[in-house]
Design a protein around this ligand. Structure first.
Ligand SMILES: CC(C)(COP(=O)(O)OP(=O)(O)OC[C@H]1O[C@@H](n2cnc3c(N)ncnc32)[C@H](O)[C@@H]1OP(=O)(O)O)[C@@H](O)C(=O)NCCC(=O)NCCS
Length: 134
């Protein structure tokens, strides 16, 4: 019987999204499209930001996006998120994406890193202060 997969010891932050890269997520060359991965990272960071901001946020910036390794169809993709800066209305979240090749490999690889900045907004769409931490 296959050994149970281990959690990723070197990753930082909390697990915000885990999914599998599918054939529909490929570019014309058959590799996973970088834009798909960025959207997963934005979703992961956005969920973390919504929880910290206790309400709606919008993405205002992405910095230092780096692609370290390719992602392949069938890889398990996990996005880890960590708050790195809180301003008056903004929250910066570092996002790391890691893969487990074909959902099986016990040696996870860090594939991308970036810092996403979100702005807390009211239901009407105007900026609002980030509330104090509970
Ligand atoms: C987000 C938005 C409401 C901000 O409005 P704004 O009047 O330009 O706001 P400000 O210039 O005062 O910036 C608001 C906060 O974002 C931060 N910010 C703005 N641009 C930034 C950038 N490029 N990088 C990092 N932080 C940035 C500011 O420092 C400020 O943070 P603080 O309040 O914690 O000090 C507005 O730009 C907007 O609606 N953008 C579109 C968002 C969107 O639709 N995202 C999805 C894209 S598909």
């Amino acid at each position: 019987m296959a050994e149970a997969p281990q959690e990723f010891p070197e990753r930082t932050g909390r697990l915000s999204i885990r999914t599998v890269a599918m054939p529909a997520d490929t570019n014309p060359h058959g590799h996973i499209f970088g834009g798909w991965l960025m959207s997963q990272m934005d979703l992961a960071g956005g969920m973390h930001a919504v929880q910290r901001a206790r309400g709606r946020v919008v993405t205002v910036a992405v910095e230092a996006m780096e692609f370290h390794q390719p992602v392949e169809v069938g890889d398990e993709v996990s996005c880890y998120t960590e708050v790195v800066r809180i301003g008056r209305t903004s929250i910066a979240i570092r996002v790391e994406a890691w893969v487990r090749r074909q959902c099986l490999d016990n040696t996870p690889l860090r594939v991308t890193t970036a810092t996403f900045t979100y702005v807390a907004v009211s239901p009407e769409g105007g900026k609002r202060p980030v509330p104090p931490e509970e």
